[in-house]
Design a protein around this ligand. Structure first.
Ligand code: DSN
Length: 478
């Protein structure tokens, strides 16, 4: 761990320089640290990047344009960004055992778009392409594009539905992925709420997708990617896995064998900031077969890569290659299990009846609340979560009936399974004391709620005492 005191000095100096230009930004930066330190962060997709990762983002690497690929840029003077991108890609390949890594995407959505276009470019042949024996999208004429557009319109994508825990980029209608492709979704078993591989296979046989997408952002269970690959192979589909939520668990060797997507998928996408604990950003990993097509992410989908963020990805990936990261990843899963057990013991209903990954999805209907009311009441008590739809949610995607909880962030602070039981008790106490406030017309309200100041005060005191034993960035002061 770097010397926190020396880093504090450096950050104090930097914030004073910012203060001279725009004090409100310096203040918001300080406040954000104070807020993050003083709340129980249970948002499943958030984490705390290390101070070296954060520091790497604040440099002049940000000032350089570098469209293109390593050694093949559209701007002069990219030698240092070439180094940065090569080092980040090397760490990603080594960490995940992937043939190829593309570290330019700015987000998970960008990474998924790069992957979709790469798969389309790889599989959708146009007459002109065949005639001229050219393969790259950069070599396409206008006639090729016209043919490609027509063909693209006929391609199909099968992904997990949003309310079963899939992501909006997996073919959700209002997202571009639901417009680029004819799309169909697979859900979960209505009784067990678990992924039903036979149902996915039946749907794939009938729909015959070009792309079968596996991966989730709110499904509290592991996926057998070997089975998903069998389904893809049977129908001639490309298996794309979006491991944005659980890439830290793959990196930390908690998900191995059939649960590790890398040996089974053709293309894998991820964000770098969730359980992987890096900077905000995205990444695509692929087999050699798809490497050249993924490599055209810029200029196909992306603009100039962010040199400072690619550098921070390299630092985070180097951290994730250390043995301590495996200990961290195991603790994330142990903590999620402890949180789930602590909640269920206190009468909570969990989607699928538990968890075996980093997240828990609570169905808050038995407290008489919507997800929105539960999220707001928990926030008042210093517990940061996000509302989330449950399968076939009667309250829709805005109010929802669920609250999603994740353990990557608190585990980074050093929370243990016994701490997670205390957190479960706190959540249970707050939700049990919250009641939905009816609308003026006397109908059941979906947004407003009542919660006494005493309960809030007691919850905050308990949260503060838990947080004070597990400080964020120990020794670092501003
Ligand atoms: N925003 C991410 C999440 O919360 O899961 C997905 O995009």
């Amino acid at each position: 761990m770097p010397d926190a005191e020396a880093l504090s000095g450096a950050y104090k100096t930097l914030l004073s320089a910012i203060e001279e230009v725009e004090p409100r930004i310096a203040q918001a930066t300080r406040s954000e640290l104070a807020d993050q330190r003083s709340s129980l962060k249970l948002i499943a997709s958030e984490n705390y990047a290390s101070l070296p990762v954060l520091a790497t983002m604040g440099t002049w690497l940000s000032d350089k344009y570098a469209e293109g690929t390593v050694g093949h840029r559209f701007y002069a003077g990219c030698q240092n960004l070439d180094t940065v991108e090569s080092v980040a890609a090397e760490h990603a390949r080594e960490l995940f055992g992937a043939d190829y890594a593309y570290v330019q995407p700015h987000s998970g959505i960008d990474a998924n778009l790069v992957a979709f276009w790469a798969i389309l470019a790889h599989h959708v042949e146009t007459p002109a392409l065949a005639e001229h024996d050219v393969r790259g999208v950069n070599d396409l004429s206008e006639a090729d594009w016209e043919a490609l557009r027509r063909k693209f319109g006929d391609q199909r994508l099968l992904g997990m539905s949003l309310d079963a825990g899939g992501h909006l980029t997996h073919g959700f209608r209002p997202n571009v992925s639901g417009k680029m492709f004819h799309q169909r979704s697979y859900g979960t078993d209505p009784q067990t709420q678990l992924l039903d591989y036979d149902a996915v296979a039946d749907s794939a046989r009938e729909f015959k997708p070009l792309i079968l997408v596996a991966g989730y952002s709110a499904y509290p269970r592991r996926v057998n990617f070997a089975k998903m690959r069998e389904i893809a192979d049977e129908v001639g589909a490309v298996l794309m896995v979006d491991m944005a939520h659980f890439s830290g668990l793959v990196a930390g060797k908690v998900f191995t064998g059939d649960e590790d997507p890398i040996p089974h998928a053709h293309v894998v996408t991820t964000t770098t900031h969730k359980s992987l604990r890096g900077p905000r950003g995205g990444m695509v990993l692929a087999t050699q077969e798809y490497a050249a097509d993924v490599d055209r992410g810029c200029p196909m989908v992306l603009g100039g890569p962010l040199g400072n963020v690619m550098a921070a990805k390299a630092v985070a990936l180097a951290e994730a290659r250390k043995p301590e990261f495996q200990t961290y990843a195991s603790a994330v899963v142990d903590n999620a299990r402890a949180l789930a057990e602590g909640l269920m013991t206190r009468g909570a209903t969990l989607v699928t009846g538990g968890t075996d990954n980093h997240l828990v999805l609570m169905d808050v209907a038995n407290y008489g609340l919507t997800g929105r009311q539960a999220e707001a009441a928990l926030l008042e008590a210093g517990i940061v979560t996000n509302r989330n739809a449950v399968p076939n949610d009667p309250n829709g995607a805005w109010y929802t009936t669920g609250v999603r909880l994740g353990t990557p962030a608190l585990t980074s602070r050093g929370f243990t399974t016994s701490d997670m039981d205390d957190v479960a008790a706190l959540i249970s106490d707050v939700l049990s004391a919250t009641s939905a406030r009816p609308t003026k017309e006397g109908k059941p309200g979906k947004a407003r709620y009542d919660l006494s100041d005493d309960v809030v005060q007691n919850a905050r005191t308990t949260a503060d005492s838990l947080l004070s034993t597990r400080p964020l960035y120990p020794g670092f002061t501003l």
